[in-house]
Structures are given as structure tokens and as C-alpha cells.
Design a protein around this ligand. Structure first.
Ligand code: MSP
Length: 507
């Protein structure tokens, strides 16, 4: 069943240092949504990548005594390995040094220049090199960069500018007519009131003070400066403006760009204006999420306050890391990352609720029926509510996925798992087993539980690909697809004899 196309993107990350758990957070979320949509019958394209140019990387490479390309190659290899370890199923990892990207960015820059949207002027500003950001006097905090607290310095150079001011009215009108474009709502208000309404200033889009960038074809002392290069990735990856533009025709506009809160501004002002200037449709949605913080501060490459995420995977398994990232933080808010909280989630949810339900149910199916369970349909009143909760689950998940409320999706699924454990306590199979006349009731109870495990497991697949595969092998049935998420009356179970706990409790 093809339900149409779905195109989702992460930001492209700066490979100035190895990626940390904050980058994993965005990527795990996007991967889970992409997997969900794929399993749900959407023709899905999931893009991630790296944003490789700029003065900071040039400097880092110099310090390391290698070329910028050698420097980023190493980090990109490392991050692909990390995405592998996290089971990230991207369709393309775009690098802004990829030849096709470079050519298309040059084409975009020239086109915008030819049509008068880009012009040559002089740039004067306060610049923070580690953050690669320009600031105005009023944005500084105690005279320092408001993001990292370090010194800024004044720069003045010849530069090209993008005429954002020309598009102010169109952008405001677009945002009014598309109230869902920026999400969550709070970020939308921030963009409109703090950045758009006060008036858009033209944006510096080229630099002459460093070389590590895409050359402007018609003025070789300039390289394209950050945002035109970076934002274009969402269409260059699909072959925009080339002969090989089938992906572009099929997938553009994006269904959602998922980005961190500090770059919502670029995605909801500069990017829409670039697209308007190119006469292209705008993405359907930009979702700005909060940050993972450690000890009250942002996890940051420049502060170096983090562990390699593979260490968490090695200690707790990939699914636990994925689950924690997805479950702990209501999407949109900031949230604390700590190993202690990760462990407590493993124990309380994964081992106690889910793992326990699976081992108990399969254990009883083996003990009382040698693993063979069919539906004997000896139902009691409490089954009705239980089955109806199972049947409602898929549509609840769909709705939350569309609103990017992943922690709510997991909450809903775990509510049904919790309810299943309660159902065991209420039906007391071990007492039914003592009475031969209750044999069919006992088998019905176990059947209902196996159905609950089967349906929840299908819906958990996008989030925890490793453990759900285990459960599929324990249940040993074929009905494991998204269109099998209703309670079935006639599944024949022959469950595995031996099951290892899905998650070990951690002391
Ligand atoms: N290269 C630009 C994005 C260009 S997109 C066209 C960039 N790169 S970045 O590496 O600095 O950040 C990439 C993303 O990672 C941002 O969305 C940022 O919010 C996210 N995160 C970086 N640290 C983070 C946390 N501690 N927590 C959550 N997300 C974090 O900006």
C-alpha cells in the first residue's frame, strides 16, 4: 500500500569535532519517524549529512596540520560509524563537499545574483569565530558572544548580500496563511515577533577572509558563506536543477525539517526566502526542538563536556539509548541528559514493564500449553476494554507522529503494556491453571496477552529495531506489519521455548 511520499531531514551537522549525544538526539528522532512512515506505507526519503565549510573548520585543520578535507573526512567516517551503531536508516548522507552539491550551490548563487536577489556590498560586523556567527551590538551579553561567552571581533570586508528585505511582506503573508509551518507554536511567535516584525536585514552570503568554501563562480575571491551553502542541501541532495532530478520531482517539498531551536530562525526566514526567490514550493513544516543539556548547560563540541555516544551503546544497548532519547524529553522542550536517568528508564520501562510482560506471558504459554496458543474465545467483561485499548493504539500513534510528539507515542504504547501487566494481575492465570474447567479461559487470557505483545511490538519497531526483532522471533507469527495492528481473532501462536530477557535490570 503506497500512502504517498514523505521527506524528512535532520540539520547537516558541522564536522568540527566528533558528534555527541545532542546530534544523536535529532537523528534518532528523525530516523524513528522515517522508519514509522516507511512501515506505514509511505514512500519515504530520509536525509542527513554534514556541513563542512567555514572558517572554523579551516582553522581546526590548520591546527591539526592537515587539509580541511582530510580533517572533515575523518570526522565524517566516524559519524557514519556512529549512525551505523545507532541503526540510523538514512537514504543519503549529504556532504557539502560532494561534487553535485557544490555545482548546484554555485548555480543557485549565480541565479540569485543574475535576477538581482544577491548584490555586492560591504560587510561590517561583530563575529564569533568558534560559533561562526555574526552578532549586533545589542545581541552581545556583557560584550561577549551570547552563545558561547567568548570574545567577538569586528570585521569589515567586501561581500555579497541576499536581499531578504525584498521578501518581508511575502514571508509574513505566507506565515499567516500557513499557521502550521513553524512548530511548536511558541517558536513561531518568537520568529514573528523578535525577528520578522522588527524588519529583515539583508544577509551576508559570501566571504573573502577564508578559502574553505564553495567558490563564487563569477568572483573567485569570494566563497559562499554558510547559509546558502548549508540550507541548499535539502534540495541539492535530490538533484534540483540537474538532469537527474527524479528525486527532487518526487520528494520536494519536504514534509518536515527537524532542527534545533537555535537554527529555526535560518530555516523559517532565510530558507523560505531562498525558495521564494527560486520559485520553489516551501517545506510543509519546520519543527524546532529543544536541547539536551548536561548539568544545566548545552552539550557542546566547543565545551567538550560529553562522552562518545558509543560508550552508552556498549554499556546499555542501542535500543535503550534510542528509547531514552525519544521518551525522556517532550519534543520541543529542553531536557536533561544523564546516565542515571538512562538507567532508571531501562529499569522502570524497558525491563519492568515491557521485558517482564514478554517473559511472563511466553513463560506461561510454555508452562501451561507447551507454547501453542489459539483463541478459545472464553471472554469476560474486562477483556473488552483491554482489546479496545489495543485497537485504538495505532491511530493514537499516527496522530502523535504527525505532530512529532514521539515521547507521547511511546507513552501511549507503554500505557498498553502497563495495562497488559495489570490484566495479568486481574485475570490471575496461575489460579486459572489450577482448575481444569478454566483451561479455555486460561488459554484465552494468554491469547489476549500475546495479541497485546504482538500489536505493541509492531508499533515499537521504528523506535527499538533490535529488541522488537527479538520479540518477533519469540512470538513466531507472520503478522508483524503495520496493517496488522488490530487485535486478530485467529492468530495461531507457537511461541519460542527459550527467551532471554529483553533488557537486564541494571543496579
Ligand atoms: N550546520 C548547521 C546546520 C545547518 S542545517 C542546514 C548547524 N550545525 S551544528 O552541528 O552546530 O548543529 C546541528 C544540530 O544539532 C542543530 O539542530 C543543533 O540544535 C543540534 N544540537 C547540537 N547540540 C545539541 C544538544 N545538546 N541537544 C540537542 N540538539 C543539539 O547548526
Amino acid at each position: 500500500m503506497n500512502k504517498g511520499k514523505f521527506y524528512i531531514t535532520t540539520p547537516i551537522y558541522y564536522p568540527s569535532a566528533n558528534f555527541h549525544i545532542g546530534h544523536c538526539y535529532t537523528t534518532i528522532i528523525c530516523d524513528s519517524i522515517a522508519r514509522y512512515k516507511r512501515l506505514d506505507g509511505y514512500d519515504t526519503y530520509f536525509l542527513t549529512g554534514s556541513d563542512e565549510h567555514g572558517e572554523k573548520i579551516e582553522k581546526k585543520a590548520n591546527e591539526a596540520g592537515v587539509t580541511p578535507k582530510e580533517y572533515v573526512d575523518k570526522i565524517v567516517d566516524n559519524s557514519k560509524d556512529l549512525w551505523n551503531a545507532l541503526k540510523i536508516t538514512y537514504d543519503r548522507f549529504i556532504r557539502t563537499t560532494d561534487e553535485d552539491h557544490v555545482k548546484i550551490v554555485q548555480h543557485i548563487f549565480k541565479k540569485l545574483y543574475d535576477q538581482g536577489d544577491i548584490y555586492k556590498g560591504e560587510y561590517k560586523g561583530l563575529y564569533c569565530t568558534p560559533c561562526e556567527s555574526f552578532w549586533t551590538e545589542t545581541q552581545l551579553v556583557d560584550g561577549k558572544c551570547p552563545d558561547c561567552g567568548r570574545d567577538v571581533h569586528e570585521v569589515s570586508e567586501e561581500a555579497y548580500f541576499l536581499k531578504l528585505s525584498n521578501y518581508q511582506d511575502r514571508l509574513e503573508k505566507y506565515l499567516e496563511e500557513h499557521p502550521d509551518f513553524i512548530q511548536p507554536e511558541s517558536r513561531k511567535n518568537e520568529m514573528i515577533n523578535n525577528f520578522i516584525k522588527p524588519g529583515l536585514e539583508d544577509l551576508c552570503v559570501s566571504r573573502t577572509s577564508f578559502k574553505w568554501g564553495i567558490p563564487v563562480t563569477f568572483d573567485e575571491k569570494h566563497v559562499v558563506y554558510v547559509w546558502i551553502d548549508a540550507l541548499s542541501n535539502y534540495i541539492t541532495a535530490l538533484g534540483y536543477s540537474t538532469e537527474n532530478d527524479e528525486l527532487f520531482k518526487k520528494y520536494w517539498p519536504a514534509d518536515v525539517h527537524v532542527v534545533g531551536k537555535e537554527i529555526v530562525r535560518f530555516h523559517t526566514i532565510i530558507w523560505p526566502i531562498m525558495l521564494m526567490a527560486l520559485d520553489l514550493p516551501l517545506p510543509k513544516k519546520v519543527f524546532g526542538h529543544g536541547w539536551l543539556i548536561i548539568d544545566g548547560g548545552k552539550i557542546s563540541k566547543s565545551l567538550g563536556n560529553y562522552k562518545d555516544p558509543r560508550e552508552y551503546i556498549a554499556s546499555y544497548g542501542v535500543d535503550a539509548v534510542r528509547y531514552y532519547s525519544l521518551r525522556e524529553i517532550p519534543f520541543g522542550n529542553d531536557g536533561n541528559f544523564s546516565e542515571e536517568l538512562l538507567v532508571s528508564r531501562i529499569n522502570s520501562d524497558l525491563a519492568n514493564i515491557w521485558g517482564n510482560l514478554v517473559s511472563r506471558t511466553i513463560g506461561m504459554a510454555n508452562k501451561y500449553f507447551d507454547g501453542n496458543i489459539t483463541n478459545k474465545k472464553v471472554n469476560e467483561d474486562l477483556d473488552k476494554e483491554f482489546i479496545s485499548q489495543i485497537n485504538k493504539l495505532k491511530s493514537k500513534c499516527d496522530e502523535n507522529i504527525d505532530n512529532l510528539q514521539i515521547s507521547k507515542v511511546l507513552e501511549e504504547i507503554f500505557d498498553v503494556l502497563r495495562l497488559s501487566n495489570k490484566y495479568i494481575d486481574e485475570t490471575t492465570p496461575w489460579i486459572l491453571a489450577k482448575d481444569n474447567s478454566k483451561k479455555d479461559r486460561l488459554e484465552t487470557v494468554l491469547y489476549n496477552l500475546l495479541e497485546a505483545i504482538r500489536v505493541t511490538n509492531i508499533l515499537l519497531r521504528p523506535f527499538m529495531p533490535e529488541s522488537t526483532e527479538k520479540v518477533v522471533s519469540y512470538l513466531n507469527t507472520n503478522n508483524n506489519e503495520f496493517n496488522d495492528t488490530l487485535f486478530k481473532e485467529d492468530t495461531k501462536y507457537k511461541v519460542a521455548k527459550e527467551v532471554t530477557p529483553l533488557f537486564e535490570r541494571i543496579k
